[in-house]
Design a protein around this ligand. Structure first.
Ligand code: AMP
Ligand code: ZN
Ligand code: FE
Ligand code: FE
Length: 303
């Protein structure tokens, strides 16, 4: 990607060359396995210059990540919002990355709390279904393992591994298990409302892995066109769940709609095999996000 004519401010900590920018990662504040503090340290060790912390439906990791931010790493505070498009039957779940929004924005705070509560209800129901079929796992134990972080299927997957019914997280996500048979919908945020709430809080909304067909149904281009008109700022193209053809399609659509394009690892620690920085975002797209945000600033060595 071209960085444009003017060089723009290179993120602090960049030691020369192209900065390495990873805009989508998870910590123990949701379903990652590194604490927010360990995550920011690991990011710098992995040679990243910019890291976004984007836990599912929570900003709980922002403070510990901020406190532990190593010199040379710019921290972008964000979240991955569990959304749903209700304009089709059955409705389709999708993920919206929100960057640099005000974490105290009342409506957004309320929606995130509601979705986290909905995840608990859904998680308990999934566990009940599994127990009814003779799988010996325990919801209370799963909640303890999640340690207050936003609970999700990866936590249930670990319980299935502990119970010895599957060998790996990947196997736990196959159709026989959490991928389909024991998959229940969550009461997610309407995606148009989510875009509006992120913008209202001064944040920048980017759709995560919009063409990840291996995760299930994806939304049509026409919806992305409507979301762009409603305030969506960008699309994540470089993601491990996108094939090369899907990445190209996302880039082409973003180009048509004037949306920025990101790339990221969607790192989850040992819950997934992908490494930090496996996919990255270009400086120009990063700068567009920062320029469009007014909720909270990025955190750099100047702070
Ligand atoms: P949930 O948010 O509870 O619906 O769970 C979805 C989460 O599981 C997402 O963060 C995905 O990154 C993660 N996930 C989906 N498929 C897999 C997989 N095969 N292995 C590990 N994590 C996965
Ligand atoms: Zn996750
Ligand atoms: Fe996601
Ligand atoms: Fe994610």
């Amino acid at each position: 990607m071209s960085a444009g004519d003017k060089p723009g401010p290179v993120p602090p900590g960049n030691t020369g060359g192209r900065p390495r920018i990873d805009l989508h990662t998870h910590s123990t504040a949701s379903d990652g396995t590194l604490t927010p503090a360990d995550l920011v340290r690991a990011a710098r060790q992995a040679g990243l210059d910019v890291l976004a912390l984007t836990d599912h439906d929570t900003t709980a990791g922002w403070e510990p990540a901020t406190a532990a931010r190593p010199a040379g790493l710019t921290l972008v505070r964000g979240a991955e919002l569990s959304c749903r498009w209700y304009g089709t039957e059955p409705s389709i779940p999708l993920h919206l990355l929100g960057y640099l929004f005000d974490p105290h924005s009342p409506e957004l705070v309320a929606e995130l709390a509601r979705v986290r509560a909905a995840r608990e209800v859904r998680g308990e129901r999934i566990v009940a279904m599994l127990c009814a079929d003779g799988v010996d796992i325990d919801w209370a134990e799963i909640r303890i393992a999640a340690a207050g972080g936003t609970v999700g299927r990866p936590h249930i997957a670990q319980a299935l591994i502990r119970a010895g019914v599957v060998a790996t997280t990947d196997e736990a996500f196959t159709p026989n298990w959490l991928g389909e048979r024991y998959r229940l919908p969550k009461d997610d945020i309407d995606v148009f409302r989510a875009v509006r709430l992120v913008r209202q809080a001064g944040g920048v909304p980017v759709m995560a892995h919009p063409r990840a067909t291996r995760r299930g149904r994806t939304v049509p281009d026409s919806l992305i066109v409507e979301l762009a008109a409603a305030g969506l700022a960008g699309l994540e193209a470089e993601h491990e769940d996108h094939s090369p053809v899907e990445r190209d399609a996302v880039r082409a659509l973003a180009g048509e709609l004037g949306l920025l394009v990101t790339g990221s690892s969607d790192f989850h620690g040992t819950h997934k095999s992908v490494r930090l920085g496996a996919h990255t975002t270009g400086l120009e797209a990063y700068e567009r996000i920062v320029a469009a945000a007014s909720g909270v600033p990025v955190l750099t060595d100047r702070d």
